[in-house]
Design a protein around this ligand. Structure first.
Ligand code: ATP
Ligand code: MG
Length: 466
């Protein structure tokens, strides 16, 4: 392992300060003026080299977290053992990390707050100063040894891919490259730093990150980095479900969901995250659910490209639909009404799913509602049918109906009817529902394959439900 970097001076790379966020520059310059090292690191350096706008700008420094805090009024420290400084500029946050030592804890989620999204905002005033276990100090409190914070040479080895392991130095605008990252970025290649199997065992989420970056950046995964993935895919079963929830959103709701999904399948990473969905997709009667997910992700990617909002609620409905219908059809007993059975199936699948990917209630509850509304689309006679238009989840449920129609498990005419009714004036709507003969039982709500369907490859025997 070389401990001195290859240094690319400003004249040998394409990163211009004009492309760096003004807030990140302010942080870097302030560190430099105070005599510390200040580097832009990780994805931002990679993206700037590629001419892509970075999602966020992360800074690394040799200043200790407390020292960073003293430099910025608008700064909060987060994390317990390994502390990070967040410098706030309105809603923009620049994360400043002190170089991490090789022995520093990799992640804190084993005992820390489970999810970034669910965790309460940490109140830095109540954080115990429990660095003591990792620090040796003399009688005056001077630090003799600190195995949490380290040098840039140590920091680089705990990063994942060489392409993510570059440091842009504010001192002279050069890039420091310890790991041949510049050539990887230029070749659009993902190569893990160190021994791939060891690095995946340390943190199995790196397999998901490989897929995510390959999809998003159109990089290839270098063969040694690729090879162990299938064998180690099951290690994802040991990752905290809250972390896998966060990663699922990054994989599926960042604009490259369809491609990420195909890569997850190719490397057999999907099944350990969504075992019941994967099992349903492999059964001919539910294979359409796989197609629905693929289409749903393509729609989601298109919405993101058009700057339209997307929601985890819809995503998880599409992800779990096949599993829910299978559960409903297999458990079906007695004369209980279909909606009750659908609800029970939904709850059973959700409960099992939470063991792998923890879907927060603020998404799982509306998701369940969205699925429960599906049978109601079958009712089109009587003014009561119109009340569905007023339901707060109507729009998402209607989009879901369109997706079902696209894969042939809802009548295209039914979807069209709900499309038309939305743009009609109220009197016409009422006339429309009153003209229809009363429907006895909601058609197709039983989950039996009873309708004519558009035939597709393997389409025979598809089952609908909702
Ligand atoms: P993006 O923000 O575009 O999704 P990124 O590369 O910035 O991509 P982050 O998750 O923001 O990814 O992480 C920032 C940096 O921290 C990464 O570039 C990488 O160097 C390091 N890193 C993040 N997660 C891991 C991990 N699980 N293992 C090793 N290093 C990691
Ligand atoms: Mg980032």
């Amino acid at each position: 392992m070389p401990s001195s970097p290859v240094i690319y001076p400003r004249s040998e790379h394409s990163i211009s300060r004009a492309a760096i966020s003004p807030n990140a520059l302010k942080v870097l310059y302030r560190l430099k003026e105070a005599g510390y090292q200040g580097f832009l690191v990780g994805g931002a350096v990679r993206d700037l080299m590629l001419g892509v706008t970075p999602k966020d700008f992360d800074v690394a420094t040799n200043a200790l977290p407390e020292e960073v805090r003293r430099l910025f009024r608008n700064c909060r420290l987060i994390g317990r053992r390994f502390r990070l400084a967040h410098v706030h500029y309105g809603s923009d946050i620049i994360e400043v990390a002190t170089f991490r030592a090789a022995a520093a804890p990799e992640r804190e989620d084993a005992d820390g707050p489970e999810s970034d999204l669910e965790a309460e905002a940490p109140d830095n005033s109540v954080y115990p100063a429990d660095d003591s276990a990792h620090r040796a100090v003399d009688v005056t409190g001077r630090i003799l040894r600190d195995n949490i914070y380290g040098t840039i040479e140590e920091d680089v080895w705990r990063r994942d891919f060489a392409a993510n392991g570059l440091y842009y130095n504010i001192e002279d605008f050069s890039i420091w490259d310890f790991v041949e990252g510049v050539s990887d970025v230029r070749a659009r290649r993902l190569k893990l730093i160190g021994d791939p199997e060891t690095r995946y065992r340390e943190d199995p989420v790196r397999m998901l990150r490989a897929v995510r970056f390959a999809a998003k950046l159109d990089f290839t995964i270098e063969s040694n980095t690729e090879r162990p993935i299938i064998k180690l895919a099951n290690l994802l079963e040991g990752v905290p479900p809250a972390r896998l929830f966060d990663e699922s959103l990054k994989l599926f709701l960042s604009g490259y969901g369809a491609k990420s999904y195909r890569l997850l399948q190719r490397y057999q990473l999907f099944a350990p995250m969504f075992p019941r969905s994967a099992a349903a997709f492999s059964l001919p009667p539910y294979a359409y659910a796989h197609e629905m997910l693929d289409l749903g992700l393509q729609n989601t990617d298109a919405r993101i490209a058009a700057d339209k909002p997307v929601t985890p609620t819809f995503l998880f409905a599409v992800l779990l639909f096949g599993a829910v219908l299978r559960e409903m059809n297999e458990q079906k007993v007695g004369p209980a009404p279909d909606v009750t059975q659908l609800m029970q199936a939904c709850d059973t699948v959700l409960k099992a799913q939470q063991l792998r990917v923890a879907i927060p209630r603020r998404f799982s509850i509306p998701m369940r509602e969205l699925l429960m509304l599906q049978p109601r689309f079958n009712r089109r006679s009587g003014v009561k049918a119109l009340s569905l238009l007023q339901h707060p989840r109507f729009r998402a449920a209607y989009d879901f109906l369109l997706l079902r129609a696209q894969v042939g498990v809802a009548e295209p005419a039914l979807a069209q009817w709900w499309t038309d009714i939305q743009i009609m004036p109220q009197e016409e709507r009422v006339a429309c529902v009153q003209a229809r003969p009363a429907e006895l039982a909601p058609e197709g709500a039983s989950g039996a394959p009873k309708r004519k369907r558009r035939r597709r490859r393997g389409g025979a025997g598809r089952q609908s439900g909702a």
